[in-house]
Design a protein around this ligand. Structure first.
Ligand SMILES: [Fe+2]
Length: 410
């Protein structure tokens, strides 16, 4: 435990990290620097895990006897904004697995019993394949399919967390969150478990969901934001709990050429979900990490243009007056949220009760929204692995999806 630090020392320099508190000279705590940080370590909640989740963990040797889930030790969780900003700020070389895949995807489709396009523009379900048995050739073809169809689903999966992680590592650097709950011993596998939020005192109601039931794109504040996210749900409500995805390619194609042209080359500021203290302004509360990315980005695999904004994390368009930015962003959010023809709504139910369902989606070209209509009346639990993508870029030579496919532009 670090000793509390008197205010004037703090203001002179906050170079030291992981202080517990800033106090005045009388020892009165002015800022509790641990405020909002999880306790760290393992939670005593394993007994609340759904039976299907426990069975999966037991089968694949995930030991929850020492507690579940796990968060990094509190002293390893960033206190200050600059520490959080430094996480993965240096970049990493991205390998595009879909780039050289067979455009016909013969290895993947040939091994499936059925390939179902759920809507015209977004969402494909593959039947009869086990994700943990895919060859690298099939994995490459799946990466291409995700890049084209935005989100791909697999029901009835017998998937170990370890194999889920391995697939994620194949697709890119796996995100390890500085403070999110994860599987014990596997910080690259985060947890989606509404019961956990309830236990942490974050209780959603029918009128107000406080968790994932809002339109967003995962991890857009990262230096190299999320590419493919793979969520495997191993406990699924019998009724409800659907998730909706909307396509960024189609959202771009919904805009007028004049608005497309206005947005091309512009950037926006994206904020993090978690907050940290500003070393230069510690007395004024916690702030979000901010990063700047193109609003129209080109997908490295398909070369298609996509609208890259989301209501939860896109804060403002760079170069515009605040009022202008607000009006334009509100319009752009609405393009995703209001056009049902560019969305797919998916119900996760497996056909065999003891198996799980996987969704793999591309965050570069989509937003999603998890519907909370089951209101914790039934358990839901999933493990999530996120593979980070390339540094976002806009190529002025790139085409839109509809241009490339020869579809009507009006
Ligand atoms: Fe999400």
């Amino acid at each position: 435990m670090s000793p509390p630090t008197a205010t004037e020392d703090v203001i002179v320099s906050l170079k030291a990290t992981n202080l517990d508190a800033i106090t005045d000279n009388g020892g009165q705590i002015l800022v509790d620097l641990k405020k909002g940080k999880p306790k760290g370590g393992r939670s005593p909640l394993a007994h609340l895990l759904p039976p299907t989740t426990l069975a999966r963990f037991e089968k694949y040797g995930i030991d929850v006897s020492q507690g579940y889930p796990e968060v990094p030790p509190q002293e390893k969780i960033p206190t200050f904004l600059d520490e959080a900003f430094a996480v993965r700020n240096e970049g990493y070389p991205y390998v595009d697995r879909g780039k050289n895949a067979d455009p016909e995807k013969k290895a993947l489709f040939g091994a499936a019993t059925e390939v179902i396009h759920l809507t015209k523009h977004i969402g494909t379900e593959i039947v009869g394949l086990q994700l943990q048995a895919l060859t690298n050739q099939q994995r490459d073809e799946l990466a291409l399919l995700i890049a084209e169809r935005v989100v791909v689903f697999f029901r009835d999966q017998d998937l170990s967390p370890q194999k889920q992680l391995e697939l994620g590592e194949y697709y890119g650097q796996v995100e390890k969150h500085p403070q999110a709950q994860h599987l014990p011993g596997h910080d690259g596998i985060t947890i989606i478990w509404p019961e956990l939020f309830l236990q942490l005192g974050i209780s959603s109601t029918f009128k107000q969901s406080k968790t994932t039931a809002r339109w967003h794109t995962d991890l857009t504040h990262e230096h190299q934001p999320a590419g493919i996210t793979h969520l495997h749900n191993d406990a699924i409500p019998k009724v409800g709990g659907d998730t909706v995805w909307a396509s960024g390619y189609a959202a771009f194609d919904k805009l007028s050429p004049a608005l497309q042209e206005f947005l091309e080359g512009k950037t926006a500021i994206f904020k993090s979900a978690h907050t940290y203290f500003d070393r230069n302004d510690p007395l004024n509360g916690k702030k979000q990490v901010e990063r700047e990315h193109p609003i129209i980005r080109t997908h490295p695999t398909t070369g298609w243009k996509s609208l890259f904004v989301n209501r939860t994390y896109t804060d403002r368009i760079v170069g515009l007056e605040p009022g202008e930015s607000e009006v334009i962003l509100e319009y752009l959010f609405g393009v995703f949220e209001k056009n049902l023809d560019i969305q797919v709504r998916f119900n996760w139910k497996p056909t065999k009760a003891d198996l799980g369902t996987s969704a793999l989606w591309d965050n570069r070209i989509s937003q999603h929204n998890a519907i909370w209509d089951y209101e914790n009346s039934e358990p839901r639990h999933g493990t999530r692995v996120t593979s980070l993508g390339e540094l976002p870029f806009y190529d002025s030579e790139s085409k839109s999806q509809r241009q490339s496919l020869g579809l009507s532009l009006v």
